[in-house]
Design a protein around this ligand. Structure first.
Ligand code: ZN
Ligand code: ZN
Length: 395
């Protein structure tokens, strides 16, 4: 392991913070990260890495070849997401967003700065590395659209393991969360059209009321969770919008619903994707109506491989001490992250680094207009990544 790693990272903290603030000041939406990816590619090239740009539009990959690589050596990928959100920033910090209506309100500015610092330090120790490190800067995480095309473009070919992290504001600064198994849920959303037969509200017997059908459909969908899902397997179905009708005395022709579905295993996700249209069809046809169900594929769950998790777990203990490493269920969320695609391609570990700090007002939820980072989390995250990568390559 690199000697005096903490001191080396400390030296880089001003640079890491400056990079994060620069990105924060100039946020870019999903698939529009042109300035951001230009900065990333420039940095990686300056370090002497083999750089590929334009993957999945604005994605960047940098390959660092270890000086002691051999035929049997392994390659580890470090993934960071780079996009911002359509939010008007309400922080008054001097580095607040200059791009009105766009904001880094999820911490991806931090993820990018951390990964660049890791590339910097590992490059300095290139001669000692027993394998290769691939840095993957992924666009469009927020819209769940960047990871899949990167994997399809082949960025995981030749990669033996992948690691990455999310900074968490609802998790205190100084704490690192690492856990094997599922940590983020899958996500898919759906459009549902319930079709009936319009008519006069006073004469329902001459019509088929899609509003009444919709009310049964919504109830029946919840039974997929309460009656068909094991209480030990988290899953969620939420109907977020319901639209139909034009006046109090008219039965409309159709009602449209939209919703989201989350699951914790690939098998359960597939089961619910099959059962949702079945149950809607059954209810609608039983009541004389019909339906259309359209799914929009989101992402698979983030499932951490036990062996990869062990590397990260040990690295976290070395970084913050055992008492500050959390492996409990607290890290699990029914939120989603398209890191799931990379974890589906090769064994990996997605961990969380706390950065909530009341004093610094960094406990606002992700995607909130006052979201901000406690930048003390940046060196912690960088150290865990470096230690995990080096121990994975050294085996
Ligand atoms: Zn987000
Ligand atoms: Zn995020």
């Amino acid at each position: 392991m690199i000697e005096n790693l903490k001191a080396e990272i400390d030296e880089l903290v001003p640079d890491m913070v400056a990079m994060r603030r620069d990105l924060h000041e100039h946020p870019e939406l999903s698939f529009e990260e042109v300035r951001t990816s230009g900065i990333i590619a420039g940095r990686l090239k300056k370090l002497g890495l083999e750089v590929q740009t334009g993957i999945a539009k604005t994605g960047v990959v940098g390959l660092l070849q270890g000086g002691q690589r051999s035929d049997t050596s392994r390659t580890i990928a470090i993934r960071a997401d780079i996009d911002a959100l359509p939010i008007h920033e309400q922080n008054t910090v001097e580095y607040r967003s200059q791009n009105d209506g766009v904001m880094h309100a999820c911490g991806h500015d931090g993820h990018t700065a951390i990964a660049l610092a890791v590339a910097d330090i590992l490059t300095r120790h290139r001669d000692e590395l027993k394998g290769d490190v691939k840095f993957i800067f992924q666009p469009a995480e927020e819209r769940i659209g960047g990871a899949k095309p990167m994997v399809e473009a082949g960025v995981m070919q030749g990669v033996d393991g992948v690691i990455g992290l999310h900074l968490f504001s609802n998790y205190p600064i100084g704490l690192v969360g690492v856990r094997a198994g599922t940590v983020f849920a899958s996500a898919d959303h759906m459009d549902i059209i319930i079709k009936g037969k319009g008519g006069h509200a006073a004469m329902p017997h001459g019509a088929v009321d899609p509003i009444v059908i919709s009310s049964y459909v919504i109830q029946a969908l919840q039974t997929l969770i309460s009656r068909e899902t094991s209480p030990f397997s988290p899953a969620v179905i939420t109907i977020g919008t319901i639209n139909g009708g034009t006046a109090f005395n008219i039965i409309p022709e159709e009602v449209t619903l939209t919703g989201t579905m989350r699951a914790y295993t690939k098998e359960h996700r597939a089961y619910l994707l099959k059962r949702i249209p079945e149950i809607i069809n059954g209810v609608a046809s039983a009541m004389g109506g019909s339906c259309e169900v359209h799914f929009h594929e989101g992402c698979p769950p983030c499932i951490n491989n036990p062996e990869m998790t062990e590397y990260v777990h040990r690295a976290a203990i070395e970084t913050v001490g055992e008492e500050h490493v959390d492996s409990s269920e607290n890290i699990q969320t029914t939120g989603s992250d398209d890191m799931g695609y990379f974890l589906d391609a090769v064994p990996g570990c997605y961990f969380v680094v706390g950065m909530g700090n009341e004093q610094k007002e960094t406990t606002f939820p992700h995607h909130h207009p006052r979201f901000n980072l406690d930048e003390d989390a940046l060196p912690i995250a960088a150290e865990v990544l470096i230690r995990s990568a080096v121990s994975f390559l050294n085996r």
